[in-house]
Ligand binder design. Structure first.
Ligand code: KIV
Length: 273
């Protein structure tokens, strides 16, 4: 699909069916109406209103300063431009520290137009995941490198590199699936761990720096347009799709969506082994 509105909106059952058929899906961050429309029309299935907005829009050096009000504002903008993609919204740092807080924060994002929410963490999210899911709020559990925990992790590093740590992430993925998570998102893990978790769970798995075997791929929009500031080395899993486009930014979104769906991205040079 390219440059056209969808005949049917993407839903969680759509992504489940794609996983069953072995079809890859594409996801990208979006923060405003115009880019949401372009990304959605380019055939990107999932738009994430990510707390990465704290870094790429607000200029902070982490996602920690982002507030729930910030995400609600950008959520409303993205909703206005969306052309049938599934919209996922991030619960920012310290807006889901307890179960009741997670319910209140997630409800605010759903009222602003999100179709599901994303939380970062592992097994400790099990009860919140169950609570939200039972009350009609689908959950994506973000695992592996969780940027909101940057101060505990000590840097943006690959997670699950040894057997013990990899097994812990696999165990937590299973717990979160059993607790009702509709999607798992794996960030910065070795290819084999991405493959094992994707094969082991029934729910769709989205990867960023998690290898080619996950059911979907996601990137920060600014990264795939080559907008990483020149003083920063882009992470290994980033690819700039703008040079492949003959029609500017919309063409870069189409090139990204096709490369993901056809299994051409990520290539070995974007993966951790
Ligand atoms: O906030 C964000 O953009 C994210 C992606 C890195 C997946 O969580």
């Amino acid at each position: 699909m390219s440059s056209q509105a969808r005949s049917r909106p993407v839903s969680i059952p759509t992504l489940n069916a794609m996983k069953r058929r072995g079809e890859k899906f594409a996801a990208l961050t979006a923060y405003d109406a115009m880019f949401a429309e372009l990304v959605s029309r380019a055939g990107v299935d999932v738009l994430l209103v990510g707390d990465s907005l704290g870094m790429v829009l607000q200029g902070h050096d982490s996602t920690l300063p982002v507030t729930l009000e910030d995400v609600i504002y950008h959520m409303e903008c993205v909703k206005a431009g969306n052309q049938g993609s599934l919209i996922m919204a991030d619960l920012p740092f310290m807006t889901y520290a307890s179960e009741s807080q997670s319910l209140e924060s997630a409800a605010a994002l759903m009222r602003a137009g999100a179709h599901m929410v994303k939380l970062e963490g592992g097994a400790w999210l099990a009860e919140s995941t169950r609570l939200l899911t039972e009350r009609g709020i689908p959950v994506c559990a973000h695992m592996g490198l969780t940027p909101q925990s940057i101060n505990r992790l000590g840097g943006y590093r690959v997670q699950g590199r040894n057997t013990e740590k990899a097994n812990a992430i696999i165990e937590e993925a299973t717990i979160l699936e059993e607790s009702g998570a509709s999607i798992l998102l794996l960030e910065c893990v070795p290819v084999e761990l991405g493959r094992t978790i994707t094969e082991r769970v029934d729910v769709p798995v989205i990867g960023i720096g998690a290898g080619p075997h996950t059911d979907g791929q996601i990137m920060v929009m600014h990264d795939m347009l080559g907008l990483t500031p020149s003083i920063m080395k882009p992470p290994k899993f980033v690819k700039n799709f703008l040079p492949e486009s003959t029609s500017g930014i919309p063409g870069a979104f189409e090139a990204y969506a096709s490369a993901v769906k056809e299994g051409r991205f990520p290539a070995p040079e974007h993966c951790f082994n």
